[in-house]
Design a protein around this ligand. Structure first.
Ligand SMILES: Cc1ncc(COP(=O)(O)O)c(C=O)c1O
Length: 349
């Protein structure tokens, strides 16, 4: 039996199970979720007829086009932005080429390189969490077919300036590469490169409903860009890739634009509270532009993590050297951050 050589050695770690009931600060979700009334509105529409019918994405796409101020033809909806990344690799990953990312970055870029037999080309952050931009630019060479620009990056919430982005896009174009702008954390940071996906003919932008919009469970993401590029994505996308419940929830979210502001304000208040409190307690921390903060613990990481877990709090730790002394926590409302901080100060001493 034939097995693609490139997938044989891939080692995947499945997501942790049984997280409900914990304070989930390990995966940049909203720890509290959406207002119950909005969820109830969706539930009321999940009739047997609705569930028996294949998904119809056009209404969602129409609302999304209006929300973003683009045309329907500029959009593709996907099963989480994870799948958007996969389709982009499938379409634009030239066989034998490399994919450029910074490191550390969102792990699925590396995994998709393995899946498609592409070479991962990481440019590593400095130990002080800064990035040598000229090194990133210089790494865009003619063997690169995809350049990933996470803005803000995950896990380190750094961002590019507009001038830097333009230099990346132009250089990528010269080298025949596509640029993916991943704005998973856009809403926690008020700038966007959306217009760049129209200015350049080698740029696609992706976003997710998993973070600010608190809908990680249903898997809803999208790609936006020029019609001639987006069209290729529809060519590889399974007809019913995004499920009907996700689309329905997405429609409700887009019908309540005031919610975005409310969710953003709640997270911002919580993050500001937490960073002020960490400062007061003499902690070294890195708070970038996303809904997450790195905290350098005073006692050993594994002990802090285990003791927080005993208190039903999940946090993220890393094995990479530059991050090994830190826990990363997702930020949420002030109430959640107060509960986290009280538990953290108790266990980290
Ligand atoms: C930068 C970035 N992009 C994409 C994703 C994927 O999100 P989802 O598949 O839930 O849309 C994540 C998830 O953490 C992320 O951090």
């Amino acid at each position: 039996m034939y097995v693609k050589e490139c997938v044989k050695g891939i080692e995947r770690i499945g997501g942790r199970q049984g997280r409900l009931g914990f304070m989930r600060l390990d995966m940049n979700e909203n720890p509290e979720g959406l207002p119950r009334e909005l969820v109830d509105e969706v539930k009321a529409e999940l009739t047997p007829e609705f569930l028996a019918t294949y998904p119809e994405p056009e209404r969602f796409l129409g609302l999304l086009a209006e929300y973003l101020g683009v045309e329907r033809a500029n959009l593709c909806v996907t099963n989480g932005s994870d799948m958007a990344i996969r389709y982009i690799f499938e379409v634009f990953g030239r066989p034998g080429s490399s994919v450029l990312t910074v490191s550390p970055s969102f792990e699925m870029y590396r995994i998709n390189c393995l899946i498609f037999g592409l070479t991962h080309k990481p440019v590593v952050y400095n130990a002080d969490f800064t990035l040598d931009f000229e090194k990133v630019l210089g790494a865009i060479t003619d063997e690169v077919s995809i350049v990933s620009v996470l803005n803000p990056n995950n896990p380190i919430g750094s961002v590019y300036t507009e001038e830097q982005f333009d230099r990346i896009a132009r250089r990528a174009k010269e080298m025949g590469a596509l640029v993916i702008v991943d704005e998973a954390y856009h809403y926690f940071y008020d700038r966007t490169f959306l217009k760049k996906a129209f200015e350049y003919d080698n740029v696609l932008l992706i976003r997710t409903f998993s973070k600010l919009f608190s809908a990680a469970a249903v898997r809803l993401g999208f790609i936006v860009g020029r019609e001639e590029l987006v069209h290729y994505i529809w060519n590889v996308r399974p007809t019913f890739d995004t499920n009907a419940v996700a689309l329905k929830l997405g429609e409700k979210l887009l019908e309540h634009p005031e919610l975005q502001e409310r969710l953003t304000a709640i997270e911002r208040e919580g993050r500001e509270y937490l960073t002020a409190s960490l400062e007061e307690h003499g902690y070294e921390f890195v708070s970038g532009n996303g809904n997450y903060v790195f905290i350098r613990t005073k006692t050993p990481i594994s002990q802090v993590k285990a003791r927080l877990e005993e208190k039903k709090i999940l946090v993220k730790t890393y094995s990479q050297e530059m991050l090994a002394q830190y826990i990363r926590i997702s930020t949420g409302s002030r109430a959640v951050m107060e509960r986290f901080a009280a538990a953290f100060y108790e266990v980290d001493r």
